[in-house]
Design a protein around this ligand. Structure first.
Ligand code: CA
Length: 405
């Protein structure tokens, strides 16, 4: 649920850890710190007009100063992309497997109650927990209200952050957290699952029964709130989310995309099997085939619950990693090496490929070395044109063909 990955379009093959916002181009038109306190006075009046009590507004916002550190973080960071192999290798480490399993065991009763109430299994929650904050250990340390106010005043996305700031005030007014307790990363996410304030206000639950929805210190509150949120956006109980499969050497690769749903029977007919070689059931559950490293890499069936992951975070690499980690915690197999060697393009090569695609008239979005859905579609079209296996995965061969055009 972190903003950093939400800001990008569905990220495809590469994991966007930090969104680039192209700050310099806007810097000249953006207000500096000088006008902040006058703006804050006005905002306080607006918050009161929105029904938040003058006491809460005063406690939360009096004396708040513009935060250059927030702005520096918002502006300064470039795109930093990782492949699925890199990101999942780092995130689903032996250490995280051990910690995740131990937490599942230690809190078995809580997870059972949560699954009963919200239909979301423990491994799914623990995997998000590990990826978001290393199980509540790394939640960010900037003052949330100060960050949100600074970004609300700033010129880039003021409406978005003003809305979040109002929700942060509502969370305070409800008595869930006090202003000094609210600390996090630069964009106002809070707690063990990095909820944005609006989601906090709308989906947080008190699960340990102390009367407060405390997503910072209470693990039961945090886990149940994440489950409540997932259920609210459509998680289906007792249904799978992701499953590793074995793909044959030949497939209609152009059908392999998370956005293209085919009945399980379709994949079974084309020779896709479970990892152990067993036949898939020939039923009509609509599933997508996800190949995060192309046709030679690991392959996954993405079930309807996987779409819920993409609501949580738009990066396909993040989602595939979180969902794979959850399958491992639920007893699933380790990552298969797939069918052959994979040599991912560097970010610079990916940028060059995007430039060449743009020159051919494709809209690939921002030329940033990050493969989103648009770039993936363009790659697939060119692969079909060149008679290459159309798995939407950028290769050196495709780049060479494009350079030769
Ligand atoms: Ca509580």
């Amino acid at each position: 649920m972190t903003r950093m990955m939400q800001t990008t379009a569905r990220a495809g093959m590469l994991c966007v850890l930090l969104a680039a916002n192209g700050g310099l181009a806007f810097a000249a038109a953006c207000p500096g710190p000088a006008g902040f306190s006058a703006w804050l006075q006005k905002f306080k009046q607006q918050a009161i007009a929105q029904g938040i009590s003058p006491e809460t507004v005063s406690t939360a916002l009096d004396g708040l100063a513009y935060d250059p550190a927030t702005i520096a973080k918002d502006r300064g960071q470039g795109v930093f992309a990782q492949t699925f192999a890199q990101f999942s290798g780092r995130m689903v480490s032996a250490n995280r497997m051990q910690m995740g399993s131990a937490l599942l065991k230690k809190n078995a009763d809580t997870f059972a109650r949560i699954e009963q109430e919200y239909g979301v299994p423990g491994p799914v929650l623990v995997a998000f927990w590990g990826l978001e904050t290393d199980f509540g250990k790394v939640m960010g340390n900037l003052e949330t209200l100060r960050s949100l106010a600074t970004l609300s005043y700033d010129c880039r996305r003021p409406q978005e952050f003003q809305e979040q700031l109002l929700y942060a005030l509502r969370v305070i007014e409800r008595g869930d957290l006090s202003p000094p307790e609210m600390r996090g990363p630069a964009h106002g996410e809070v707690g063990q699952f990095q909820f944005q304030p609006k989601n906090y206000f709308e989906h947080a639950v008190d699960f340990d029964g102390d009367g407060r929805r405390d997503l910072i210190r209470s693990a039961p509150d945090s886990l149940a709130s994440a489950a409540n949120y997932l259920q609210s956006i459509g998680w289906k109980a007792k249904q799978p989310w992701l499953e590793q499969v074995r793909v044959p050497a030949d497939l209609p690769w152009q059908e392999a995309d998370v956005t293209i749903k085919k009945p399980l029977a379709f994949w079974a007919q084309h020779g896709v099997t479970y990892l152990n070689g067993k036949t898939l059931p020939a039923d009509d559950v609509p599933v997508g085939l996800v190949l995060p490293m192309g046709r030679n890499g690991p392959a996954f069936l993405a079930y309807p619950n996987f779409d819920i992951y993409l609501e949580w975070n738009k990066s396909l690499v993040y989602c595939t990693t979180a969902a794979y980690y959850a399958t491992r915690l639920a007893g699933g197999p380790v990552l298969s090496k797939g069918n052959g060697p994979i040599e991912p393009l560097t970010q610079a090569q990916t940028k060059e490929l995007q430039q060449l695609l743009a020159r051919q008239g494709f809209d690939v979005g921002k030329i940033d070395g990050v493969i989103g859905a648009q770039t993936r579609d363009a790659i697939r079209t060119m692969q079909v044109k060149f008679g290459l296996p159309a798995d939407s995965y950028p290769t050196a061969e495709l780049l060479a063909r494009m350079q030769g055009q």
